[in-house]
Design a protein around this ligand. Sequence first.
Ligand code: SF4
Ligand code: SF4
Ligand code: SF4
Ligand code: FES
Length: 912
Amino acid sequence: MESITLSIDGKNITCSAGTSVLNAAQELGIKIPKLCHHPDLKPVGACRLCLVEDEETGRIMASCVTPVAPKMSILTDTPSITTHRRNIIRLMMAEHPESCLFCSKGNRCRLRQFAAQLGIGETNLYPMPNYKTLEQANPFIIRDLSKCILCGKCIRADHELVVVGAIDYNLRGFKSRPTTVHDRGLEQSNCTFCGTCLSMCPTGALSQNNKSYISTPALEALSVCGFCGVGCNLAMGYTANRIVEVNPSNQQDTVNGATLCVRGHFAHDFLNSGERLTQPLIRQDTEDANNKMVPALDANNKMVPASWDEAIEVVADRLLEIKNQNGPQSVAFLGSSKCTNEENYLFQKIARVLFNTNNVDNGGYLSGRPVMNLLDKRTDGVWRLSPLAWLEKAEAVFVLGADPGHSTPVVSYYLKRACKKGIPLVVADSRRTDLTDFSSAWLDLSTGNDLEPDYVALINGLAALLHEKKGHDDDYIKQFTEGYEQYSSGLASLKPKQVSRVTGIDANDLNATAELLQGKKIAFVIGSGILLQSCGMQAMEAVINLALMTGSLGFEGAGIHVLAKDNNQMGAQDMGAVPNALPGWQLLSNDSNRKRWEQLWQTEISAANGLNMVGMIEAAEKGNLKGLYIMGENPLCSLPQPDRVKKALQKLDFIVVQDILNTATVQIADVVLPGAAFAEKGGSFTNMEGRIQSFGPVVTPPGDARPDWEILGLLASKLGDANHYVSLGHVRDEIRRLVPMYEDLDKHTHTAWITVDGRREGDEIAKTKTIISFSPVVSCKGDLKDELSDKDYAFTAIFGFTRYHFGGGTRTGYSNRKLKLDFKGEIELSPQDGEKLKINDQDTVKVSSRHGEIKRQIRLSSRLSPGQIFIPLAFNDNDAMNLIAMTQLGEPDSPGWKTCRVKVEKIEHQDA
Ligand code: SF4
Ligand code: SF4
Ligand code: SF4
Ligand code: FES
């Protein structure tokens, strides 16, 4: 690209053609005032505050929209420019209402800041305030468009970054304002309340609905979002040790840039909940036969406050006693996909070294870990290291069973931006999602042979068509794979008509999709529709095969992106908080892995896999498990069949729960240890891309609560561990030293990336010399037909998230803003079924499965086909879990947790 040299305020700079004068000045460290410019938005030159002067011609121009030219000589601060800037600000002020004193933007208003810098008090202009109605009906954003200066940042953020299109200019001239279609309230538009526009707004025209907060923030510190696996970077504003406002960090090279979603932006008020745990609690002691004080097991006994020493001593004594009396299989450790890497590392180490058990797991199981394990094993870890930025560089994107607009909203921004760039998007699902309207090919799997979508047949069918069209990548197949011949001979038997019959997708549409994908490297996006469904394992095998045949693994712009539900789901697994692997995804079944860790930790490690989360409940039911340590997980809300889970946990001799909130599981604990939330401690999370993001505390924990790593350090010391984990750095050093995947974890930098087999971020597959095998073509197993065709339960319930609530709803359930939202998780039903069953919007229905029932209101939705209902998770203490069978995910006879058969009955008013 052509280089251009120019001078700005007497300093020479050389930059590439097309660079704006504003950016060139910024590179020289020269500050130019600006109101409508943001580095992530297309410049529009709306505010004219960034004026500069051409020294030679005297021409005044807006620097943000003026490209550099050879031999330009620019001045950024001349009397003429100052006069113009003062006049611009005076005009804006004259149009502004006189409400600055009680504007929530306060000293952070850019208009006021520039007015002060330019010495403007009285404008000496006739005041012409442009009054607009104050809009504050929704719990997230207040709009006072009287204060709008028409910079257009909100509209551009909405269109260019999050690609929602909820707002645009309305009217022209003096009356023009950014507003919704027909000027309705935001809650009546398609606004997702991501708050990206709000963070961009330079004035008080858009502000947070702050009634539940105590003030505007005095200070700000950076952190990482504690909800989903995207790992957005946050700037958390705080006052008097309370988080009062959250915005995107706006740092360079973050996964979210200037965007967030409604949870990250607005739901962190749960941190200030009155239900936070603030002191250790022990269930009131009783004396046993040996006159030894032990915690009572009767759930009616009271919990009494205790010191940390007392609580830790009871935990150490009771768990050791159980292990010594009944063996290592009698204790288990359920860690957390929300806690940090450092905490999960310590947690599993305590289990393995101090209790000699592999009974250790974390909440990541709930997100379909068996399918992820399969992917990792089959690809030798090559699927990791998949920057989301690659989605915008892909040749084609294929989204399967994923609804990122709700589960991981920032991923949906990437996908929609990719579409806007013209990248073809194929979407396969059993119900229409936010992405359907953006897709080049929409593969509706709702009308196949069974009401459960057959992703396996679809993917294999497309692979067969691509093979027939010679759409495979010969070079890649030769260089990086083996077994293609056997695989492709299996494809030959698949006939498009048969695939079309099984999937319900017209043969012409299948053919058109194959043509769309032909010759392209594909970026796959995989969601819970595959991870949690009965045929998830087979579907993932089919995806891997299709990725290999199209050369789509291990290259920029391609890959398999799996949507991680929890913020540190990947890190908890990497740290070995799982029953089948040691830190660094090193399988227990591999002798050399195990021996290495035995040597490092000076202990013996069993080769047998321990109990996973579901296995723990089953073992407790049978009386084989007697002691359980739960850190940051609420199985009474997150697992299917909560009554069954509760009964099983109540059979335990001893249960310790370490958490931040007073959850249902806390209430049945024998000892409660109050932990610190992410914003109150340091550590690191690893996001779905493989980015390890470190952060420090923003505020201190409430009361006597402590960071989880500190609590685990106390316990390890009490149990005789000589390491004395007294600082976070100590734990991080150990991880960096012992876990090769985390060798780049560096306490001095904010972001590092995992390394996979020596491959770092940006390295392509060729670096690892990995050879990946094709697996034989398989079909979706047929032994679930009874479950699927049950006439008594005529509907298929699909379970999924909405963007407002999250996980089991434990944290978002304590967010005041979320509770004020006029959306109560209504069950969606197709209008056709509504008519057939005489069910209307807002009617209450009873939905029952073979395992339980729930009651909720209905919303008719054309996103669904007849025979389907959609049940949002995380509402009403996650009551939807009553309907699902608690089976081991990924097992051949498991119906999965994504769908189940139900009946739907309208409840007349008096029964509701
Ligand atoms: S509402 Fe704010 S961001 Fe939007 S145009 Fe007005 S001043 Fe700019
Ligand atoms: S909150 Fe998000 S979706 Fe709503 S208008 Fe603003 S940018 Fe658009
Ligand atoms: S997309 Fe995920 S990580 Fe980002 S703000 Fe939303 S919940 Fe947080
Ligand atoms: S910042 Fe350049 S015109 Fe507004």
